[in-house]
Design a protein around this ligand. Sequence first.
Ligand code: GTQ
Length: 345
Amino acid sequence: MPADTTTARQDFYDRIGRQNMTPLWTSLADLVTPEPRSACRPASWRFADIRAAMIEAGGLISAKEAERRVLVLENPGLRGQSKVTTDMYAGVQMVLPGEVAPAHRHTQSALRFVLEGGGAHTSVNGERTIMHEGDFIITPPMTWHDHGNESDSPIFWLDGLDIPVVQFLDASFAEHLGEDEQPISRPIGDSDARFGANLVPVDYRPGATSPMFNYPYARTREALERMRRADAWDPCHGLKMRYSNPTNGGHAMTTMGTFVQLLPQGFSTAAYRSTDATVFVPIEGKGRSIIGEDFVVEWGQRDIFVVPSWHRVRHEAAADSVLFSFSDRPIQEALNLFREDRGNV
Ligand code: GTQ
């Protein structure tokens, strides 16, 4: 290209730039890419490291002062943005015996996946639930929630929130109740009684999110164990289930999809990729996962790892393993953007 053309173009770009315009042709190839090109990178955290840091944080600040004492898991390709993937947030929260994380509510949806401890509680919309290892608990948008620990050991859980989605949409609203704990208006187990037995109250109309808010691990695990006898292994997923809203069969939440899978000892999955970047947490077992070309995670119980959009992943279970995972799949499905590639299986 002649030097005067280059100069003329640059001069033009500078002039229109002052009027808040910019040429498309210099950035088109980066905007409309033939495949996902994510800044999100494969990443992993050892629970032992997170736990040690959390215990240290516990000596520096109380749950009450922090409001939520959480260490945010930041994707190494997205540092400084509180993102574990391009549009999802993850953190690990700890509540020490006797502490409370005071009641608040916000438009962001939250999920909790209990990593260690038991007997602590979280309250959502006037109902308290006791948290056990492996339980999956949801906090739908604008529901009051507070957490407390009356057990004698610390509790740790993974928080997954759609914070980056709500930020992108400029739709964040939040309120403090001004009390440590919200008033409890319903007995423990009430939502499970109403919605957890293939029954619904006679005039109930399904809403956007699941009215079940605790999906106890004991039941999840039993379901996986019973299905295992049917021997219906999927080459890409082992035995993989999706947490559902029992009143309409959809995802438990509108923005986050949640999954649990059993990989028996010795099982190696076939390469799989999908457009929903996914956060994985093995809650039982050990093994390794190969992400993209060469990122290898050796994982054990409670470790956390990330598979970015459109990166192939293969899992190898060295022992019977159960993996919890979450992603933005409901959003992608709703917008007709979700794609997956199972190779040839
Ligand atoms: O427990 O309400 O990790 O509001 C981030 C924001 C947890 C919570 C997080 C929150 C919470």
